[in-house]
Design a protein around this ligand. Structure first.
Ligand SMILES: [Zn+2]
Length: 91
């Protein structure tokens, strides 16, 4: 699916249609020293550590992508709801 890089859309802050840039959300790098990560590693240790089975046959064949729409005038960013597509391309 081709996603346009720039679109004319309504901006709630500017209260008019403005040119807006589209990018795709990417998860940040996980830090091993973060408290949640350390706690999770501690929970998984030892007998009975793996609390849920790893998915062998996932039901979904696609992953969700989250477009981020940024107004070029006021720089407001809005995360849109995720859409399921197999392959995307910013054009
Ligand atoms: Zn704006």
């Amino acid at each position: 699916m081709n996603i346009p890089k720039e679109v004319m859309k309504f901006c709630a802050k500017c209260n008019k249609h403005t040119k807006q840039k589209i990018s795709i959300y990417k998860a940040g790098k996980r830090r091993g020293s973060a408290i949640g990560e350390r706690r999770h590693n501690e929970d998984k240790k030892g007998y009975g550590g793996q609390k849920f089975p790893k998915l062998a046959k996932p039901a979904k064949t696609t992953k969700k992508v989250t477009p981020i729409i940024m107004c070029t005038i006021c720089k407001t960013k809005i995360n849109k709801y995720g859409i399921r597509i197999r392959k995307f391309e910013l054009t």
